[in-house]
Write a protein that binds this ligand. Structure first.
Ligand code: 2NL
Length: 366
């Protein structure tokens, strides 16, 4: 074996054993660098006789080309292996489910208010709103509630201190019903009027079935020739759409409110099923009973006059109902206080998706 063959065998073994790019570079410098072993061999060609050069020259050049090629091939293999390792480490598993994005829900009270707006819009009612801080004239006096009425007593109404009376000396309070919204509407708009007024109301009352803040919706129609037939049809149509049943039976009982005359308490027939009240059916039928649901009546002519309208020309009906109770009856909650605790478990159980917008065509609660 010649010297050159021995050098080639050793270099090829070293290249095959090179574990990384640094080792390849060290071998390249040792063989082909300025002071490299193959470079030294090439330098010996100059001092040879023409015959010697003829004999050794091709061997040395072949050695240089073989080693250069082997270094390049080994470097490419190590590069490829390093890339494989990096790709494996940086791989994204596309089959993993995405992190769940936290999503809120629509509170049942908001959902029911949207349902009510949709149902009444179909009957030509607009939604009216107003301030929660009111004066005692709009909350009581205009509604024919005398100074001596129990609803005015301190234990029912949250009053602000008398230093906060308005410019006309009226006492300020948290509205106890949304009626002042209807008073504002009657005083600022020409009849005919068809509105519902949903919103927060406040009474100094707190137990299992009463919270100091709750939600009410009132309805008001003012037009010529309005009578109790319009009232009953409107409530029947509303409740059939809301409870999504045709067998809603109403019972109107004579009652008293200062702001309506005559006044009627509206009961709805229901059945008790698995400890739950299911609205529907005649309350006098087997397995059924009546439940008081709404207050209503023909707007007292003194209220119409208080708002600057002529009660001989304009008549109307009005009603009021608790939104929280409507929600409980339809969606099956049994504790009113949980409505306002803000417990995320309750909210995600009873809440609605932001896109489940109530429409009459799609089923009101779908
Ligand atoms: C109930 C009863 C009712 C009204 C509210 C009303 C409003 C005006 C004029 C006349 Cl501006 N009436 N609202 C009428 C009857 C009953 O609510 O039980 N509420 C919880």
């Amino acid at each position: 074996m010649s010297d050159i063959q021995a050098i080639q065998i050793r270099l090829m073994d070293d290249i095959a054993a090179a574990a990384d790019l640094d080792a390849i570079e060290t071998l390249r410098v040792a063989a082909l660098g300025k002071a490299g072993s193959i470079t030294a061999l090439l330098k010996t060609l100059g001092g040879m006789t023409p015959d010697e050069r003829q004999a050794k020259g091709p061997e040395i050049h072949t050695l240089r080309e073989t080693v250069t090629a082997a270094l390049g091939a080994r470097k490419a293999a190590l590069d490829a292996a390093a890339l494989d390792i990096r790709l494996a480490a940086e791989a994204i598993d596309m089959s993993l489910p995405a992190d769940p994005a936290p999503r809120g829900s629509v509170h049942p009270v908001s959902q029911v208010m949207d349902e009510l707006a949709e149902i009444f819009a179909d009957m030509g009612f607009a939604v009216a709103t107003g301030p929660e801080i009111e004066d005692d004239w709009r909350n009581f006096t205009a509604l024919n509630i005398p100074e001596t009425h129990p609803a005015r007593a301190m234990h029912d109404t949250f009053y602000f201190p008398s230093q906060m009376n308005d410019a006309d000396g009226r006492a300020m309070l948290l509205r106890t019903h949304t009626s002042p919204v209807q008073i504002r509407t009657m005083m600022s708009q020409e009849p005919p009027i068809r509105i519902i007024a949903p919103g927060r109301v406040y009474r100094s009352d707190s137990d299992a079935t009463h919270t100091p803040m709750f939600h009410q919706v009132e309805g008001l129609v003012i037009d010529r020739g309005i009578h109790m037939g319009h009232l009953k049809w409107t409530l029947e149509t509303f409740l059939k759409a809301y409870f999504e049943r045709d067998d809603i039976v109403l019972r109107l009982r004579p009652s008293y409110f200062p702001f309506t005359e005559p006044s009627a308490e509206v009961d709805v027939g229901y059945a008790q099923e698995k400890g739950r009240r299911i609205v529907g059916g005649n309350g006098d039928d087997e397995g059924h009973a009546w439940m008081e649901l709404l207050g209503s009546g023909m707007v007292n002519r003194r209220v119409i006059a208080n708002c600057g309208l002529d009660p001989d020309e304009w008549q109307g009906f009005a009603f009021g109902v608790g939104v929280d109770r409507l929600a409980m009856l339809k969606y099956g909650m049994d504790d009113l206080r949980a409505f306002f605790d803000g417990d995320l478990r309750w909210l995600s159980h009873y809440g609605f998706g932001a896109l489940s917008v109530p429409t009459l065509s799609g089923g009101i609660s779908a």
